[in-house]
Design a protein around this ligand. Structure first.
Ligand SMILES: *Cc1c(COP(=O)(O)O)cnc(C)c1O
Length: 497
């Protein structure tokens, strides 16, 4: 299996190369040159299997340059009960009316980013051994909250690697900040930046292209790399849980093999829903892929009209991990829908860069409307859905998952489609405790985060997950704040110049 670039379809690189590099030189994203199929026999064979076995089966189709032993080591090191609070790794909560909530937040940081970031360090170090043997890998991450913590937990104390995470001083939730500044491990560093998420991201990009920094690090045998969501090593692991869930539902006799399902995904950067699309191409019978957005509804408009227009107001919402106006992974979808037409991709994404806008052709519009359904909802509607789902079904949703449930319920009411439906749940509700507390009717005026959370526990009869509870008594290790232009200096200091 080789990988091309969305902006140069004649490129052919191995998966190890794609994972080490992250982004192709001409700015494109790496895509598999063909999508491997799983036969009926193979899917049925996964039904009684463990998550590790299912993961192995999927990876072995995509990472053909990894040996069986290497792959086994990767999946077994990541998907175990040291890292996840359940044997099943991803849980399925079965609600009435054929709705299956796919809980992707049983990992160490309580958000779905763990599903990929627990295994990425192993995929990356294995790839690095093939591509750039002997080099130390220094990971840089700019985060708006969830990715930073998940990357820290993934890379902490992984031999041959180190990690630096930058977050906006005032741009993350109190729990997200607490999780990061108490991070343990001997190869980690965390730093606040004066500015917003874009400043952090631009600062990291500036370090990546700074020749002086590169030379200094090269003398120490250090190579910079990224744990960003455009890396193929973050996307491939996300395909697994959709295939695993289908197999599990067949195993549990909730569906018969061959039955179609809908998949609903609360979407930001388009990574998670793209993985569901890959699962469909591999052979999982999917009826509709339902793309749910918050008030930042650029994707809703795009899927419904074929016009992508980022020139719009940016909203700060209670589902912050979906507050995004440029969904990077959409580029991969369009590459596939155009049959690998790198000319069109260059044209459209060139226009996005210069004008903030592009329009796809009629053929792609038609495919979009067949494959997807897209809609959005406001913060008020999100809170109302958390309230309703809790009072009627005693199931507590987080703010992101509630967007998915709300958009799905509207879809069902509008279309009458009662196909059984998998709804991706991307974070534990305690990660966004304040908004969830208010949604279920909690009284205002509580400043302290842990006091509020203990109220949420007693009033809902649910429990804060252990990794979040543990941050209360952990020592604060990282207190430094830097200006944007000081980020490079911070990295050099941390890596010992
Ligand atoms: C990252 C994230 C999302 C968005 O996922 P994409 O793959 O970027 O579309 C949704 N919910 C939560 C909680 C997240 O952390």
């Amino acid at each position: 299996m080789n990988y091309a670039s969305t902006r140069n379809s004649s490129l052919k690189v191995t998966s190890a190369h794609a994972i080490v590099k992250g982004l192709s030189d001409e700015g494109g994203l790496y895509v598999p040159e063909s999508i491997p199929a799983l036969s009926e026999e193979e899917i049925l064979g996964l039904c009684g299997k463990s998550y590790v076995e299912r993961a192995y089966a999927v990876f072995s189709k995509f990472l053909t340059d990894f040996t069986p032993d290497e792959l086994k080591h990767c999946v077994e090191s990541a998907y175990n009960t040291k890292n996840f609070d359940t044997d099943n790794i991803a849980e399925i909560a079965k609600l009435k009316g054929g709705r299956y909530i796919l809980e992707l937040w049983h990992g160490p940081t309580c958000a779905f980013k763990d599903m990929a970031l627990q295994i990425l360090p192993y995929l990356l170090t294995t790839s690095a051994k093939k591509e750039v043997d002997g080099k130390q890998i220094a990971i840089l991450v700019a985060t708006s909250g969830d990715t930073g913590k998940a990357a820290l937990e993934g890379f902490k104390d992984v031999p041959g690697t180190s990690i630096s995470v930058f977050y906006p001083e005032d741009g993350v939730s109190p729990m997200q900040k607490r999780q990061m500044i108490t991070q343990e491990g001997n190869n980690v560093s965390v730093c606040a930046v004066v500015g917003n998420f874009d400043d952090c991201q631009n600062g990291v990009k500036a370090i990546f292209t700074d020749k002086e920094i590169e030379d200094k690090l090269a003398k120490k045998n250090i190579l910079l790399s990224s744990a960003n969501s455009i890396n193929w090593g973050r996307l491939a692991p996300q395909i697994i849980y959709y295939i695993s869930t289908y197999a599990q539902l067949v195993h549990d006799k909730d569906i018969a093999y061959g039955d179609k399902v809908n998949i609903v995904v609360p979407t930001g950067n388009f990574g998670n829903i793209l993985a569901a699309y890959y699962a469909k191409l591999m052979g999982i019978p999917v009826n509709k892929l339902i793309c749910a957005s918050n008030s930042n509804n650029v994707l809703t408009d795009f899927i419904n009209t074929g016009v992508y227009d980022r020139n719009r107001k940016f909203y700060t919402t209670i589902s912050p991990s979906m507050d995004i106006l440029i969904s990077s992974n959409l580029e991969r979808l369009l590459y596939h829908l155009t049959g690998g037409n790198d000319k069109l991709i260059n044209e459209w994404f060139g226009a996005l860069k210069t004008e903030g806008k592009y329009e796809v052709n009629d053929d792609v519009k038609k495919q979009l409307s067949e494959l997807f359904y897209a809609d959005c909802c406001s913060d008020e509607e999100t809170k109302a859905r958390i309230h309703k789902t809790f009072t009627e079904e005693h199931y507590l949703l987080d703010t992101h998952s509630a967007v998915a449930v709300k958009v799905y319920e509207d879809y069902r009411a509008k279309t009458g489609d009662d196909t059984k439906t998998i709804i991706a749940s991307t974070a534990n509700p305690y990660k966004f405790g304040r908004a969830v507390y208010e949604a279920v009717g909690g009284k205002g005026g509580i400043e302290d985060e842990f006091e509020l959370i203990s109220k949420l526990e007693t009033e809902t009869g649910t429990k804060m997950p252990a990794p979040l509870a543990a941050t209360k008594d952990k020592a604060v290790r990282f207190t430094q704040t830097v200006e944007k232009q000081e980020m490079g200096g911070f990295v050099l200091d941390f890596l010992g110049k």
